[in-house]
Design a protein around this ligand. Structure first.
Ligand code: ADP
Ligand code: ASP
Ligand code: MG
Length: 423
């Protein structure tokens, strides 16, 4: 029997009827002769709703208790799916992340998987069960408390399990037909991508394409697990994320310059005004941010004015905004800056593609497309295979569509979004 790991996202199990539909699909995979492990997300927007509830009760919930609360979403859907499968005559058992042996670090809300001890999962498979694992959660190695792995991290649970169980590949079932050249909710003309490399998918995920969780792709690359992203609403093949793609091995001429356009509304910008233009000041600022365990992204430092002071701006996840401001304020006297500005009305837009390594003029074409739409660029950052800009959030979607068209990515047909609220 082949071992396969299938992950179903929240929009694929939003209600009772969807759970039964997914159960029929899993039963089919079983009838085809596979040992099936299923990783399941919370129903629909359940995680967001639990989060809203927590914030109504407490403005700053304790991270440990928040994880206790949020993990119930996946526990619910896992148990319901097991019931639906058993009713179809297919034996199934559900397990929490902790029961399934997902061992993590202790950082609540953003724990990392250290190891998977799949003893119980293996036993359950050997007993002939479809084995359902609640996604996005584990247990801290040190404290034995329940942890969550970050928003969207059921994808990561699935790939980690696939690696530890020796599965040939991992299937990620979602509400679109795979990875597209842009988010189909923003760009109806987005084109499906049949194959994409881990490298490019990591950039897309890091730049806001939430179709796959970033750490899932990192894990898949490290363990060399092919990932098949596809719709749970039809039988079309989707996107294979692998170490190489046939298209790109061959004819360089055929290679698209840009593989996709990604956007992110989840970042904010902090500007530190009047930083003394002295050696070590920038280092101290980013020490303070690093000590608060905050990841920053785009950084810009203005040319020093005649005053001997400069402004430094950087972007960071909006959810870390308050902590960053508090940390910087605590260091204000020592660093000697004048004031802090905070702006969460920004959006980041990125064009990604290994093809840009060998094609000059990508930046010019990108910026021209934005200029034609009268869109001002606030910040810029680049890597070998990515160009990102920060723009006003209200202009973000228009900017994404303009870039998509400018790089010739528009498809003739319209991309289908089968379900979900995009929340
Ligand atoms: P799930 O609940 O299945 O985990 P998600 O909402 O996390 O689903 O991810 C699927 C969504 O990702 C799609 O509905 C789509 O709006 C969004 N998305 C963003 N960028 C892309 C992209 N490049 N290709 C496909 N979907 C994308
Ligand atoms: N339910 C979790 C979330 O909404 C995890 C996931 O769906 O991947 O973030
Ligand atoms: Mg997801």
């Amino acid at each position: 029997m082949a071992r396969i790991v299938q992950k179903y996202g929240g929009s694929s199990v939003a209600d009772a009827a969807s759970i039964k539909r997914v159960a029929r699909r899993i039963a089919r995979a079983r009838q085809e002769g596979n040992d099936v492990v299923v990783v399941i997300s919370a129903m629909g927007d359940a995680t967001d709703e639990l989060m809203d509830l927590a914030l109504e009760v407490s403005p700053q919930p304790q991270p440990r208790e928040l994880d206790m609360l949020l993990t119930t979403g996946e526990r619910q859907s896992a148990a319901l799916l097991a019931m639906a499968l058993n009713d179809l005559g297919v034996p199934a058992r559900s397990y929490t992340g902790s029961q399934a042996g997902v061992i993590t670090t202790g950082l609540h809300g953003n724990a990392r998987i250290i190891d998977i001890t799949p003893g119980r999962v293996n036993k359950s498979l050997e007993a002939g069960n479809i084995t359902i694992v609640a996604g996005f959660q584990g247990v801290s190695q040190d404290t034995k408390d329940v942890t969550t792995l970050g928003r969207g991290a059921s994808d990561t649970t699935a790939v980690a399990l696939a690696a530890s169980l020796g599965a040939e590949y991992c299937e990620i079932y979602t509400d679109v037909d795979g990875v597209f050249t842009a988010d189909p909710r923003i760009v109806p003309a987005a084109a499906p991508i049949p194959e994409i490399t881990y490298e490019e998918m990591m950039e897309m995920a890091a730049c806001g394409s939430k179709v796959l969780h970033l750490r899932c792709v990192e894990y898949a690359r490290r363990e060399n697990i092919p990932v098949h992203v596809r719709s749970s609403f039809d039988d079309k093949p989707g996107t294979w994320v692998t170490g190489h793609t046939d298209m790109k091995k061959g004819n360089e001429m055929e290679q698209a310059i840009i593989t996709g356009v990604a956007s992110d509304r989840g970042e904010a910008k902090i500007t530190i005004v009047g930083v003394p233009d002295q050696i070590g000041k920038a280092a101290r600022i980013f020490d303070v941010i690093a000590e608060a365990e905050i990841n920053i992204d785009v950084i810009v430092q203005n040319a020093s004015a005649a005053t001997g002071r400069t402004d430094i701006s950087f972007t960071l996840p909006m959810s870390d905004g308050k902590r960053a401001i508090d940390a910087l304020k605590a260091g204000q006297d020592e660093i000697g800056f004048e004031k802090l500005l905070y702006d969460d009305q920004i959006g980041k837009l990125s064009v990604i593609g290994v093809g840009m390594r060998t094609h000059p003029g990508v930046t010019a074409r990108f910026f021209d497309a934005l200029a034609e739409q009268d869109i001002n660029i606030d910040m810029i950052s680049t890597s070998e295979i990515r160009i990102s800009v920060v723009v006003e959030v209200d202009l973000l979607d228009r900017a994404v569509r303009a870039a998509h068209t400018a790089f010739g990515l528009d498809a003739d047909g319209e991309a289908v979004v089968y379900a979900g609220t995009g929340r």
